[in-house]
Design a binder for this molecule. Sequence first.
Ligand code: SF4
Length: 435
Amino acid sequence: MESEKCYTIAIGTLGCKVNQAESEAIARHFCAAGCHTVSFEAVADAFVLNTCTVTHVADRKARQLLRRARRRNPSALVAAVGCGAGAVGSLADVALANEQKLEVVPLVLQRLAASPARAPLGVAGAAARARTRATVKVQDGCNHRCTYCIVPMVRGAERSVPARQVLAEVVERVREGCQEAVITGPQLGSYCDQAVGDLRGLIRAILQETALPRLRLSSIEPHNFPPGLVDLWPDTRLCRHFHIALQSGSDAVLRRMGRTYRVDQYTELVASIRQRVPGAAITTDVIAGFPGETEREFAETHELVRSLGFARVHVFPFSARPGTRAASLRPLVPEALKRERCEALQRAGREGASGFCREMVGQTLEVLYEEQLADGCWSGYTDNYARVLTPGEAPLANRLLPTHLTGVVGQDLTGRLTIEDHSLSGRVSAITLAS
Ligand code: SF4
């Protein structure tokens, strides 16, 4: 695909890792057509927002971003794609649902080219982004029917990306310099392909057939966590990070949600991962204020979140999505109470994250550095998904470096580099070593 003009395209993403993977694919297609991609906050010839509709908050965010893009760039073309395109499409010049997502590239380029009054901005403001972590979609769709979830309606039935296609993509991302790939799909645990079998086969193939330094898995549902999956983890290229959605710590609420596991099964799964993969980060999602959630049911969830010591907890207030069974469930939890419950779960989540970080102090782990913050610290992640802040002036972006973990600040760790790395241009001494 060749574009005659060098357009600047701003790409924004809301929602899950699958959306993230698809936005990266959209960005690559624009780049292949000779365009530059920038963040959604930048000035651009066109804005493409990859939307999410999993909660009403996601819809509201999409509306705000589209309106802001329009206000700041009145002559730019604005496109909304993905799960929420139907809900917010009236604010955009182009709206495309999931199946047509990639069509946004030729469509936007045609519309820009057909408008000779639009002079391309060119490369101005198009900051090159370091390729650090790639998100690779290996599966799409969901055959489950959790009563609150709109994903099966907007993403359709389960299907897996052929393994050879996944491998080719990982090889390409490694060639571009990515140090880490996150494989993702709404039902990652259901992955299947004739050539490799299940998710374990796919992981083995990626490890054997590519030079990828780090492989991370995105969310896996507890009901289809593949048996024997953690047997692969002695391979140190696999990140010790498992995101397993809990949603509720009450069996009664789980039943009303249409989830097909019990709390004891969930806790057994977490215990077996921790036993087999020492230091593993277990992160989760929890919904607060599901219809009919009693004080006692909420207390069960709160207690479970506290006792399981998650490394990170994403808390979502229940949001009724039109067309889902839960939208008609009653009684509703009053908004103020829902907010209170969210805050209590978030506090428990923060305590868990700090506790997880405290246990890591004194260890030396490889950190994949991503960006330098305004205060000069470099920010990066360990394989078990703890954020590490390391002071220093030497360029560390996209470097995987052994780092001594020296302390905890909030939910992050502080670190200092432990190597004499001559490729840092002899500037190791310029790195302020934390005590
Ligand atoms: S398993 Fe449930 S929550 Fe997850 S995508 Fe499918 S329907 Fe939604």
